[in-house]
Design a protein around this ligand. Structure first.
Ligand SMILES: [Zn+2]
Length: 296
């Protein structure tokens, strides 16, 4: 992930091939689901770049199409995780021979939530325009946040169903941008090859931004950050959830002799055998005793 500025514009560009590969591996994604989730995760990573450290965003694409809802969480430090409701969906290619993400997503809304840590999270929303994700994010930023911007996202899948190239860019114009600069950038965007093609040919975030801001004064590279698929789930946290389900539920799991909890976000499986569950039951019983003692 590369961050840059130039006269009248802020720019972000990233390669996310590794992120999408990891999502394909963890969620066993079909090529269509990989394109949809890959674009959403890349979009979330780009949007998170406008936040301060320790903040986070959740980007949710809630369409009525057969893919179901798509959710991605990202941080400015470059961590992202995400999932799609129907990871194995396959549809015929669209009229231009591409994976039909728009049809998979359908009609609905985009929700963007910012977690700032200090205040309550803030969620904005906008209607989906095409379901192709990049246009939907651009439209959201304009309609809901009055920010003119340009977002490009691309995921290229190979014949074996693995991700060959993925990435994206996000340009935000500043209020003081002049007409000449704006038309240079618009021309650059128009002439830019597909993002996934650029990355497949070896371009990185920096090369992409240099093409997009070619001819714009005061171009300056700011930071480079690594991006990766990373989930915050931990066995301890899952144990807390199991304890909170209560004694009755734990007893029925013990009777089954085994429990398996899968994290939605990363597909990680957490196994609990009978002994583990009995230990959790003892903790739950103890916690209830303490609660009762306190209330009397
Ligand atoms: Zn997880």
């Amino acid at each position: 992930m590369v961050k840059a500025v130039a006269k009248g514009v802020r720019a972000y560009g990233t390669v996310s091939t590794g992120v999408v590969k990891e999502a394909v591996r963890r969620h066993k994604l079909s090529p269509l689901a990989a394109a949809a989730l890959g674009r959403t995760m890349t979009g979330a990573l780009l949007l998170a770049q406008t936040l301060k450290n320790k903040e986070a965003v959740t980007l949710k694409i809630a369409g009525d199409g057969p893919l179901g809802k798509i959710t991605a969480d990202a941080t400015p430090e470059g961590a992202v995780r995400g999932f799609v409701e129907n990871p194995s969906l396959d549809l015929p290619l669209n009229s231009v021979g591409k994976l039909d993400v728009g049809r998979g997503v359908g009609k609905g809304f985009l929700f963007l939530t910012r977690f700032t840590g200090l205040k309550e999270p803030v969620t904005g929303s906008a209607e989906l325009v095409t379901g192709e994700i990049a246009e939907d994010i651009t439209n959201y930023l304009y309609v809901s946040e009055q920010t003119p911007s340009s977002v490009g996202l691309g995921v290229l899948m190979d014949k074996n169903g693995d991700c060959r190239a993925a990435g994206g860019f996000f340009l935000q114009t500043l209020p003081d941008i002049d007409e000449d600069t704006l038309s240079i950038i618009e021309e650059n965007i128009k002439n830019l090859p597909a993002v996934s093609t650029l990355i497949d040919e070896g371009a990185d975030g920096e090369a992409m931004l240099k093409l997009l801001l070619k001819g714009v004064d005061d171009f300056e590279l700011l930071t480079k950050t690594n991006v990766a698929f990373r989930c915050q789930c931990k066995k301890e946290r899952i144990e807390e959830v199991l304890i909170s389900t209560g004694e009755k539920e734990l007893k029925s799991l013990i009777a089954e002799g085994h429990a398996e909890v899968v994290c939605h976000f990363c597909g990680e499986k957490y196994e609990f055998n009978k002994e583990d569950l009995e230990m959790l039951l003892r903790v739950a019983v103890k916690a209830n005793e303490i609660k009762k003692a306190r209330s009397t």
